[in-house]
Ligand binder design. Sequence first.
Ligand SMILES: Cc1cc2nc3c(=O)[nH]c(=O)nc-3n(C[C@H](O)[C@H](O)[C@H](O)COP(=O)(O)OP(=O)(O)OC[C@H]3O[C@@H](n4cnc5c(N)ncnc54)[C@H](O)[C@@H]3O)c2cc1C
Length: 430
Amino acid sequence: MEKVHVIGAGLAGSEAAYQLVKRGIGVVMHEMRPLKMTPAHQTGHFAELVCSNSFRSNSEENAVGLLKKEMEYLDSLIIKQAYLNQVPAGSALAVDRLAFSSGVEVCLRNHPLIEIRTEEVVSIPNEPTIIATGPLTSPDFLQAIASFCGNEFFHFYDAVAPIVLASSIDFSKAYWKSRYDKGEAAYINCPLTEEEFHAFYDFLIHAQQNLPHDFEYQVFEGCMAVEEMAKRGEKTLLFGPMKPVGLEHPETKVRPYAVVQLRQDDFSKSMFNVVGFQTQLKWPEQKKLLQMVPGLTNCEIVRYGVMHQNTYLDSPHILYSTYQTKKRADLFFAGQITGVEGYIESAASGMMAGINMAKLLTSEPLVTFSKQTGLGTLAHYISSPNTNFVPMNVNFGLFEELSGRIRKQDRKKLYKERSLNELERMKERL
Ligand SMILES: Cc1cc2nc3c(=O)[nH]c(=O)nc-3n(C[C@H](O)[C@H](O)[C@H](O)COP(=O)(O)OP(=O)(O)OC[C@H]3O[C@@H](n4cnc5c(N)ncnc54)[C@H](O)[C@@H]3O)c2cc1C
């Protein structure tokens, strides 16, 4: 049987390759790093997390938690490695980023059906191919994709948050706690008084930004730079990343006016990332800003926040809900480039593209789930006509409505039951 070219060993490409080889299909993986780096990746590892180390909520009654459950049920490599390399993060699933990506890489490198080529791909192979080169696809390859698709690409901007050294945090001011004491005390909290918050806010909205070349402000709402969020008003921060509710000081029981939270970034607890503080401020301004926060006055930043262009296809014109291209049956796309947004969503689309490529090569009907599942919801979103097609995280608003009169408190439980029932029914076919 023909081997499949999987281009890009990110979240989507790694998952797609795993789904193929576990079905007995050989894979040639092409990854350009570390030979050629993207503007955001920092290592040569597969499945590198470019910004946050969190895979978001772990509750199955939350859409992204449910999507994880579905993927776990279908034996996802990304989810398996996430749980193996988990670090404390309250009700979220967060990982030691290096251990996680090494885990994914080792699994694929050691697989006898996978051949790995460290190279930049610049043209689309004529053999069966899954393109999973992500939002930072190299410019030459983007050109090849553009001439294949014959369509315009869309862009928006995504920012990353700074990471600070744990040993530089002042624990006479900062304290450990998870919001509402859910789970263990997993976050470091730096409390601000009203006066401190106002000074911080004032600095933030006037600080100098590092705007990318040809910058046109179109950002993804879910990953908006903290300074842009702040310009919408003080309350946006106080109800957003600096929300103090449920974060009362463990000893004094006093609720601060605002809080900056930091989440563990590695197993050894040596690095912490500043939650929700993705930013495009100039580096000296980032330092001054963070050092205004009690507990961070001497903080050492090991990775500064930066902003990057994020590219995606006009998928409703190009793809079916199986992630197969309309123009060429043995060519699929997967990952953020298809217009799904987020680590888990990218891996989920890689899973479906991998499963469907395997179906195609074994002459079985391709699989699509219904909008009663997170996997199906995303696939329908990227392939349905949409004049305002923007990248989308999984959310219950995209799911098929529940029928009948349902009590509000039962809704999320029913979403979960419905989705897992469908997977159970489909198990044989998968
Ligand atoms: C700056 C930034 C910050 C983000 N922050 C977050 C976040 O905090 N949380 C979140 O959930 N999502 C975030 N995202 C969105 C998205 O979830 C990630 O980008 C995710 O990594 C997408 O997965 P992917 O597999 O599609 O792409 P990637 O993980 O980027 O993988 C694509 C791979 O293809 C390789 N590649 C590119 N071109 C070529 C080529 N021509 N030949 C060979 N290899 C190539 C790249 O080196 C890369 O390894 C962020 C995106 C950006 C750009």
